[in-house]
Design a binder for this molecule. Structure first.
Ligand SMILES: C[S@@+](CC[C@H](N)C(=O)[O-])C[C@H]1O[C@@H](n2cnc3c(N)ncnc32)[C@H](O)[C@@H]1O
Length: 282
């Protein structure tokens, strides 16, 4: 059963973190002229009205995207993401927030292909309508982790795969820990972004341990914690593994993440940028 709806959370701190990393990674990749595949295994609805009936009571974006939009002096990686958010909103207001497929569409070229998987019927229908006019785009009502098998390797031999499950079932951590290395076997040079929550009890730890031991490609671990460990209930931080990070991403993150921590976090907010699997020395 799919109970998670991303519209309740759109634009929150976790979206800002995830979408800044995604934006920067794609910016690095599109510097090369050759076409690529963008695959989103858990794509959501693609775009969210923040005054819609699902978001209005919560407005999680007020502690996320709205907060960073009000700041000046953002480093380039964050600034380009903010410019994309501003371009789809009235001046000085945040009424709509882009999901990961829309963030990606803003950076991709006409020759780049998109494969977007979304299982929730209503979100799939919204996503299919939003991308109906884009050539070279498939919107699949398929299990995104299973689709890694059918879609990889891409004909382009270049690409980025975003894996962004809701983790509403504990087994999703285990499924991801199996699917990502299998995807990497099929498409060894691809860039993979895997988002995970930081929760009390550290539910993601066994998955990260398995991936740290099992992945065969350089993997960067990025994290944002909004405050000191354990002083708040619920999700108080999140992270992203970046397998085969494109050149330039690590440097961009060293500027972007401390800025995000300073503007989204509390006293004691922290960031982590380290190699889960270091690049092999030549
Ligand atoms: C965290 S949200 C995705 C947010 C989106 N990636 C973004 O950044 O805007 C996770 C989405 O995955 C969908 N979903 C859950 N299980 C899925 C599966 N096995 N395959 C594809 N989509 C799934 C949910 O319906 C939900 O819309």
């Amino acid at each position: 059963m799919l109970s998670y709806r991303h519209a309740f959370h759109a634009g929150n701190f976790a979206d800002v973190f995830k979408h800044v990393v995604l934006h920067c990674a794609l910016e690095c990749l599109v510097r090369k002229p050759t076409p690529l595949l963008y695959m989103d295994t858990h794509a959501g609805a693609g775009r969210y009205a923040l005054d819609g009936h699902m978001a209005s009571s919560a407005r999680e974006a007020d502690g996320g995207a709205a907060r960073v939009l009000a700041e000046s002096g953002a480093p380039a990686g964050v600034g380009h993401y903010l410019a994309q958010i501003r371009s789809m909103n009235p001046p000085g207001r945040l009424t709509h927030y882009p999901g990961s497929p829309e963030i990606a569409r803003g950076l991709l070229r006409d020759e780049d292909r998109m494969v977007l998987c979304e299982l929730h019927p209503a979100d799939h229908a919204a996503l299919a309508a939003l991308f109906a006019q884009r050539p070279r785009t498939q919107v699949l009502a398929s299990d995104g982790l299973a689709a890694l098998k059918s879609q990889l390797p891409p004909a382009e031999r270049r690409g980025l795969v975003l894996i962004d499950p809701p983790y509403e079932r504990a087994e999703e951590y285990r499924l991801v820990a199996t699917a990502l290395p299998e995807g990497l076997k099929r498409f060894a040079t691809g860039t993979y972004l895997l988002w995970y929550p930081r929760l009390p009890g550290d539910a993601a730890a066994p998955m990260l341990k398995r991936l740290g031991n099992g992945l065969s490609a350089p993997t960067l671990r990025l994290e944002l914690a909004l405050g000191p460990a354990g002083d708040r209930p619920g999700m108080d931080g999140c992270g992203m593994l970046v397998v085969n990070p494109p050149w330039g991403l690590e440097a961009a993150m060293r500027e972007a993440l401390p800025w995000l921590a300073a503007h989204l976090g509390r006293r004691g907010a922290r960031t982590k940028i380290e190699w889960l699997v270091p690049p092999r020395a030549n």
